[in-house]
Design a protein around this ligand. Structure first.
Ligand code: SF4
Length: 493
């Protein structure tokens, strides 16, 4: 197996978990198809990569793709010996490792600067290894690297017209850090080749590495024996403790020994799971209900977070609300009235959404959200962006209460919550006939993808129409769910 060739991404897999590397090479059949969320991330990475090339103009792209590596290597060699100012996607093989550098910039002394582009807003540890392995290969292939840099998004950037790469990106010199990692890279490579020469997958247990620094494609394979509501679901339990339980052969939360070191909250969840009994602090729930004033306006936003800002005045990865649903109840038990706003996808959704909020929320009563910090933050941002409505929007903030509180503060713990208190866990336990199962848009992530699909302009008019219906059904369900949960709390106290 000595001739097995690794790509940079396989090197990164090996660093995360050598079992992942082995499975990737021999059990690709276990990799689930790319889901729309991953596709969205890839597309965004692609768009950021293209913008980065404009930072270093006058370069040439090695356009041969992964299916045509010999051509890519040949083209890179021609460009390196020619006069181009920079090579984008420069492709090299050395020591059985293949890398494609985002940008190689030519210097006047014949050396090159290696620039890796990332869509993050900071340098992370894994980025250093990513660039170190590129350096190892490119230098091994005979190219002199003067400087290694990581170019990432500047999180202070605010869009104002066309995005200029020099304003959007910031560059960090990581020459020293990556040089120091090269001996480690060499050792890693030896190790990885040894792993790949084995006939069987390495015996590596599941753990924190399955989701860090990247979520692994083989979780479906390695985690398949883990029962529902396992030790891995215990809220805020440190990995050392999970691993200790695993070593004791304990997998189900209910089987955790009585004397195991759990904090108060974890112990309470354990008791609920063990006894199957619901914890209900009626006094605390009543205190919460007493704070609410009718009319109660149940509110929920849906947002997108584009890395490349779409609208002037917004930052990379800023939460942009594009949809809001309101269910307004005048008095306890009254039939709520529903109204909603969903942007048409043609322009910045925030001005129209702001007008909708100001004209529909009213001036009295409680604003009730589930995880209210999120809704409050969006309103603060809108107030900052639209000074004309600032006063009216800021006045809303003091009227917020959080429907999540009774569950988060463990005044109400149902065995079916399984230690969680998100609305997606609470609702089916308390109101079994209301579920998100089977909905085309069933969570905030789906809503984000659905709206970005509308923005992409790639959907047919019929598909846009259907997607809008799905979004409306989902966001409306979230606020109606809150109405039902509140009614339920009222009933039980
Ligand atoms: S799921 Fe975890 S243990 Fe399995 S290959 Fe991935 S990282 Fe390794």
């Amino acid at each position: 197996m000595a001739n097995k060739r690794l790509s940079k991404s396989q090197f990164m897999m090996g660093l995360q978990c050598q079992k992942r590397l082995w499975l990737y090479n021999y059990r690709k059949d276990l990799i689930p198809p790319i889901d729309p969320a991953q596709q969205q991330i890839f597309d965004q990475g692609h768009a950021i990569g293209e913008l980065a090339r404009n930072y270093f103009q006058g370069g040439t792209l090695v356009s041969a793709d992964y299916m045509h590596i010999p051509e890519a290597i040949k083209h890179t060699a021609e460009l390196v010996s020619g006069k181009t100012k920079a090579v984008y996607e420069a492709t090299f093989v050395y020591d059985n490792v293949l890398v494609r550098a985002d940008i190689l910039k030519r210097n006047s002394d014949g050396s090159w600067d290696l620039i890796e582009v990332k869509g993050s807003t900071e340098v992370k540890d894994e980025h250093l290894y990513d660039v170190a392995v590129q350096r190892y290969v490119i230098e091994g292939a005979g190219i002199k690297i003067r400087k290694a840099e990581l170019m990432h998004i500047d999180n202070t950037f605010v869009k104002d017209g066309e995005i200029k790469p020099k304003d959007f990106f910031t560059r960090q010199d990581i020459t020293k850090e990556t040089k120091e990692l090269i001996p480690e890279v060499k050792e890693n490579l030896k190790d990885f080749m040894k792993t790949l020469s084995a006939a069987k997958e390495p015996d590596i247990d599941i753990g924190q590495h399955c989701s860090s620094p990247y979520s692994c494609d083989f979780c479906g394979h390695c985690w398949k024996g883990i029962p529902e509501y396992s030790i891995y679901d215990i809220p805020r339990l440190k990995w050392e403790k999970k691993n200790a339980l695993r070593e004791m052969g304990i997998l189900k939360f209910r089987d955790v020994p009585e004397d195991f070191d759990l904090n108060d909250g974890q112990r309470l969840y354990w008791q609920v799971e063990r006894t199957g009994r619901t914890i209900l602090d009626k006094e605390q729930i009543q205190e919460f209900l007493d704070k609410l004033e009718y009319p109660i306006c149940h509110i929920d936003f849906e947002t997108i977070m584009p890395g490349l800002p779409l609208y002037d005045g917004t930052r990379p990865y800023q939460q942009i609300p594009f949809q809001v649903s309101l269910h307004i109840q005048d008095k306890p038990g009254a039939e709520p009235t529903h109204c909603e706003f969903l942007a048409d996808g043609k322009a910045d959704p925030r001005p129209e959404l702001t007008k909708f909020l100001v004209s529909n929320i009213g001036t009295k009563g409680t604003l009730l959200a589930y995880n209210a910090a999120f809704e409050k933050k969006r309103i603060e941002e809108l107030a900052e962006a639209f000074p004309k409505h600032r006063k009216a929007l800021l006045a809303l903030l003091d009227r917020f209460e959080d429907l999540m509180k009774p569950f988060q503060q463990r005044a109400y713990v149902h065995p079916k919550f399984q230690g969680r208190y998100s609305i997606k866990n609470v609702l089916p336990a308390l109101i079994p006939d209301m579920t998100y199962k089977g909905m085309a848009v069933a969570n905030g992530g789906d809503a984000q993808i659905a709206y970005l699909n509308i923005l992409s302009g790639k959907l047919s008019p019929e598909a846009v129409e259907q997607t809008r219906k799905d979004l409306i059904a989902y966001c409306g369900q979230d606020t109606l769910a809150m109405v039902k949960i509140l009614e339920h709390l009222g009933d039980i106290v």
